[in-house]
Design a binder for this molecule. Structure first.
Ligand SMILES: *[C@@H]1O[C@H](CO)[C@@H](O)[C@H](O)[C@H]1NC(C)=O
Ligand SMILES: *[C@@H]1O[C@H](CO)[C@@H](O)[C@H](O)[C@H]1NC(C)=O
Length: 305
């Protein structure tokens, strides 16, 4: 997984600071809390005389009483090199999880990635998986990152909704993906897939996970070559939009849908050719936090960027 994450990272540079060296101890905010699929990246160097350093993911930054720490990660360079993980809840430490293995070296640079998973945090160092720490508290409450001790930090990055987070963890259909912080103007969704061999239709819905509302319903119907766009709000379907220059899909064929969210409309292209616009019927774009895809197709890739 760490190679996959790294390749995503090189696309994103949502770094907290600039690439200038950070002052240690460093504390930074994680607005909105951590969610599955999100990533924290730390690039630094261990000074030659370091004893240990620590990374804390906590809920709040109070020192008295000390905020809960959902994940405490501490590489120790003393006589028995190890990595210690723990959580601090209501000012008391839980049971330590110690890994007697140390991928960090005194005097050497490193790149650490912390990936938030549904069940726990996964840590990789220099592209290699190191450990997994099961959640003791829900990661949503984590709103503060800090790093302190024997370490020099070159860059720290927090990558929010790095992707649509699929609930099943794969691209099986019906597909349901969470858009962690909802849509916003300027975002693109790409859907790559292949229409089934004997298709009837397929459906792509951009919707709200808490209500039944569908802000954008896309439904290409193969036999009639009709491509329906609509919304479903407050338990009723809106006015269908059907005008089309040409019908882009055919059975068994590979396609690439690009959906661009603008401030007043969606724009859709298939295989690089513009097909139509759809004026927003839901004005609060951030409430659009789920993507559903179902019907007669196979998915190859779904991305949000
Ligand atoms: C991590 O990778 C960097 C760059 O490839 C290398 O210089 C460094 O020695 C590695 N660090 C460790 C602890 O293996
Ligand atoms: C999309 O492009 C691919 C090649 O890049 C082609 O094989 C496919 O038939 C095209 N699909 C549509 C729907 O135009």
């Amino acid at each position: 997984w760490s190679t996959l994450v790294l390749s995503q990272l090189h696309l994103c540079a949502a770094l907290w600071g600039d690439s200038a060296q950070q002052v240690i101890p460093y504390t930074g905010p994680i607005p909105g809390g951590l969610h599955p699929g999100e990533i924290i990246i730390i690039q630094g160097t261990v000074p030659p005389d370091a004893d240990s350093f620590q990374v804390d993911l906590s809920s709040g930054c109070s020192t008295k009483p000390r905020s809960d720490v959902a994940f405490h990660l501490r590489p120790c360079f003393d006589d028995s090199p190890s990595v210690v993980c723990n959580s601090l809840l209501q000012e008391s430490w839980g049971e330590k999880e110690t890994l007697h293995q140390l991928p960090y070296k005194r005097g050497a640079p490193f790149e650490t990635i912390i990936l938030v998973h549904k069940d726990g945090f996964k840590v990789a160092v220099n592209g290699t998986h190191l450990l997994e720490y099961k959640h003791r508290v829900c990661p949503n409450v984590v709103d503060t990152f800090s790093i302190s001790g024997g370490v020099r930090v070159h860059a720290i990055g927090y990558i929010p909704n790095s992707a649509i987070y699929s609930e099943s963890g794969d691209l099986s259909v019906p597909y349901k993906g969470s858009i962690l912080k909802g849509l916003s103007p300027g975002q693109h969704i790409t859907i790559r897939g292949q229409v089934s061999l004997y298709p009837h239709s397929f459906t792509i819905n951009l919707c709200n996970s808490k209500t039944e509302n569908i802000a954008l319903h896309l439904n290409p119907r193969m036999k009639s070559s009709v491509f329906i766009r609509n919304s479903y709000l407050d338990e009723s379907w809106g006015q269908e939009e059907r005008e089309l220059l040409y019908f882009p899909f055919s059975s068994g064929e590979y396609f690439e849908i690009l959906l661009l969210c603008q401030s007043h409309q969606f724009k859709l292209a298939v295989n690089g050719s513009h097909l139509f616009e759809f004026r927003h019927r839901v004005q609060d774009l951030s409430s659009i936090d789920q993507l559903e895809i179902m019907g007669d197709l196979e998915l190859i890739d779904v991305k949000l960027w």
